[in-house]
Design a protein around this ligand. Structure first.
Ligand SMILES: C[C@@H](O)[C@H](N)C(=O)O
Ligand SMILES: C[C@@H](O)[C@H](N)C(=O)O
Lengths: 159, 159
């Protein structure tokens, strides 16, 4: 039925910032990322969810090297927004399954998540696009996760 | 500095399901998406955030046509998980900025979000990949959002 996973990628040494209780109003996301851009922070993935009560959760991943200086940058951004809370976590890796039609089928996502679950790997964050499913996991689980997902999709493990 | 937005895409008639208070343990995501796959639901984007208290928020978009039958599917999934809450919202469009190096710079995200803010468009969800920044907005704001972002990135509006 046309679902294909062409390959996997592993990106390591990622940190994650989760901003909670962010006011859900136009201009807020712009101010957060303008503040990060001005501070020279290189942002990897961005995810935002809302639970419908006027606030949003905005999370983004950054490379470990960018985390050292980020705390004051976040404090300034939240002060400027008049609210919100920032949590910084380190030690993640991102496993991405890349292919045509990958995320257009819940079955491919289910197969990837099942492989991770059976390997005992917890999924911290999920972000997808038309051609990719990306999961953030504990950095310590990176190799185990890659092997499990490779097996699940019948891909040859190239190193 | 190598940031390029090559084009924009608009996808309309999207609904969104947000599952809150989902147990943050291995196997949970697999069960959610296996349940959706078995029910034949076509999933567009998937986003998951966690706020560190043992629960996660898992959201996904689906085309309006798939929403009609989804309520009992979600109830069965949550019953099987032993917890969680599902919210279904309709009437969204997704604006995606596509390019090389698009999301690797907080500045490009900031510019896109600022254009939307200045057009008075609220950003409901954000999901990115290496080559794309996708925002979910009110369907009614679709045209206005596309024009604002096209202008911001100096792209020609091809109809
Ligand atoms: C939370 C944030 O994304 C807000 N909704 C905005 O449009 O900027
Ligand atoms: C919440 C869900 O993603 C869970 N952490 C899992 O690994 O399946």
């Amino acid at each position: 039925e046309g679902i294909a996973v062409a390959g996997l990628a592993l990106k390591t040494k990622l940190g994650r910032v989760t901003l909670t209780k962010i006011p859900d109003a136009p201009g807020v996301a712009a101010r957060i990322f303008a503040g990060l851009a001005e501070a020279g922070v290189v942002v990897d993935d961005i995810i935002q969810t809302v639970v419908g009560d006027g606030v949003a959760t905005v999370a983004f991943t950054v490379e470990h090297s960018d985390l050292a200086a980020i705390k004051p940058v976040l404090e300034a951004i939240l002060h400027n927004l008049g609210g919100g809370h920032a949590t910084i976590d380190v030690g993640f890796s991102k496993v991405s399954a890349v292919g045509v039609g990958v995320r257009s089928h819940a079955g491919v996502a289910a197969a990837m998540f099942k492989a991770l679950a059976e390997a005992g790997v917890n999924i911290a964050n999920i972000t997808t696009s038309e051609i990719k499913i990306g999961v953030l996991i504990d950095q310590a689980d990176g190799e185990k996760a890659m092997q499990a997902v490779h097996r699940a999709f019948g891909l040859d493990r190239a190193v």
